[in-house]
Ligand binder design. Structure first.
Ligand SMILES: [Zn+2]
Ligand SMILES: [Zn+2]
Length: 179
């Protein structure tokens, strides 16, 4: 199910980005680059309202595209959701959100793509007498939940956007559903 997808390097005014050539293989976790607010539409900083002049210059946040003064847009950080190669300038509000997300991208997403072994609910199994455990993991393009293991033939991949509800399975004996 996991197709090989090629990537290309593109240069936008915000910096270099590595993106997939075919949108079909685009990770659902990615964000589009925002349109930059034109300089002429902003005489004051979006956050602190200081007036721009020759000394107080305009800076665009690469995540929201709005215009800020230097001190309200001073962080440079990695923005994996927009595929930037290098850290880019973001406003303080977007820096806060990006920081919160970085844990998901740095750690949890790797855990999801590595996968884990699950016991399959008997009611979901096509062959109740077989070993009902399989490895569930997120595909490399983050678009599918894929299943591997001896019983995997009876369970097809699930496209992530088709998953409607998620729960946490703590104990197989309780029969808690995990999706
Ligand atoms: Zn400001
Ligand atoms: Zn921003």
């Amino acid at each position: 199910m996991e197709a090989v997808c090629s990537k290309k390097l593109i240069k936008s005014k915000s910096g270099l980005r590595i993106v997939v050539t075919n949108d079909k293989f685009r990770s659902p976790f990615l964000l589009c680059e925002p349109q930059w607010t034109p300089d002429s539409e902003s005489t004051n900083c979006t956050a602190c309202k200081v007036k721009f002049d020759f000394v107080t210059r305009r800076h665009h946040c690469r995540r929201c595209g709005l215009i800020y003064c230097g001190s309200c847009c001073e962080s440079k950080m990695g923005l994996p959701r927009m595929c930037f190669v290098d850290p880019v300038r973001v406003c303080n509000r977007c820096a806060f959100v990006t920081n919160k997300e970085s844990d998901f991208f740095d750690r949890q997403l790797k855990t999801l793509t590595s996968g884990a072994t699950f016991l399959l609910d008997q009611r979901l199994s096509a062959c109740p007498d077989s070993v009902n455990s399989l490895v569930c993991k997120l595909s490399q393009d983050h678009r599918y939940l894929v299943f591997e293991g001896r019983t995997a033939d009876s369970v097809s991949s699930v496209e992530l956007h088709q998953v409607k509800t998620l729960g946490v399975a703590r104990d197989p004996d309780t029969g808690t559903k995990f999706f």
